[in-house]
Design a binder for this molecule. Structure first.
Ligand SMILES: NC(=O)c1ccc[n+]([C@@H]2O[C@H](COP(=O)([O-])OP(=O)(O)OC[C@H]3O[C@@H](n4cnc5c(N)ncnc54)[C@H](O)[C@@H]3O)[C@@H](O)[C@H]2O)c1
Length: 239
């Protein structure tokens, strides 16, 4: 939405293709900018190549890539809630495949197109838990869970971001990350209250509060910014 508001032609790509087509249609209606919804499995290189082909055929080029897909509490692997000791290797691999390998493949395929063109901005969506550990006692008895695989995958996203920023800076391609704190998505008590008490700003984020960071990193306002992790966490990591 924020990129469409800035006048960008937008492509929404997700494994839930019906949902992205619907959202793209809504975006077109609300903003008047061209928007496409495409099916994509970020763990599959051919799927990324097909996205590149379709977007370049429709819009001519890709200026901005936001790597946002992830296995999370809401898009979970089968045993996402298992304890560390019992966490199956298949789930570990599944989380890393989407969150880290998916970001790697997106950067490879779309980043290569940007390097050839000599310009582009890649924004990798990381997480607080790529920077600090989850506060484990906060989660007890809440039904909310963040496995080690999630934290490790997001720490890997930050490492990949810095690596590519240094590699591609001479080629005009900037690579940055956004680290959101907890974003409210109908979480129940006691989670919301516990989170609020541990956060300097005293609440979870609203989804709209991540928009400014995306707009900044996507645009020339951040033309001298690469390899940065823009933390939008209400001060969580400040104390
Ligand atoms: N919600 C939060 O509190 C929070 C906090 C920090 C970071 N983040 C990060 O922000 C991003 C968005 O989070 P969200 O809360 O909207 O998560 P979400 O689970 O609602 O959305 C993740 C999306 O990824 C898609 N996806 C999963 N596997 C895929 C695959 N193989 N190919 C293509 N798409 C796939 C899912 O269909 C889903 O639409 C994620 O990267 C998440 O890690 C979220």
């Amino acid at each position: 939405m924020v990129l469409a508001d800035q006048g960008a032609r937008v492509v929404l790509a997700d494994r839930r293709d019906d949902e992205c087509r619907l959202r793209a249609e809504n975006l077109r209606r609300r903003t008047g900018v061209p928007a496409l919804g495409l099916a994509c499995d970020v763990t599959n290189r051919a799927s990324w190549e097909s996205i590149l082909h379709e977007v370049v055929s429709s819009f001519g080029r890709i200026d901005v890539l936001v790597n946002n897909a992830a296995l999370t509490m809401d898009s979970r692997s089968p045993h996402y809630d298992a304890t560390f000791s019992d966490f199956p290797t298949d789930d570990w691999n599944a989380v890393l495949a989407v969150n880290l390998t998916g970001t790697f493949l997106g950067c490879q395929v779309i980043g290569k197109h940007m390097v050839v063109r000599g310009s582009g901005s890649i924004i990798n969506i990381a997480s607080l838990y790529g920077v600090v550990s989850p506060h484990h006692p906060m989660y007890e008895g809440t039904g909310v869970h963040q496995p080690a695989a999630y934290a490790v995958s997001k720490a890997g996203v930050l490492g990949l971001t810095r690596y590519l920023a240094a590699l591609w800076a001479p080629h005009g391609v900037r690579v940055n990350a956004i680290t959101p704190g907890g974003v409210f998505n109908q979480h129940a008590e006691p989670f919301v209250g516990r989170y609020a008490r541990l956060s300097p700003i005293g609440r979870m984020a609203q989804p709209e509060e991540i928009r400014g960071a995306v707009a900044y990193l996507a645009s020339d306002a951040s033309s001298y910014c690469t390899g940065h992790n823009l933390v939008v966490d209400g001060g969580w990591t400040a104390w």
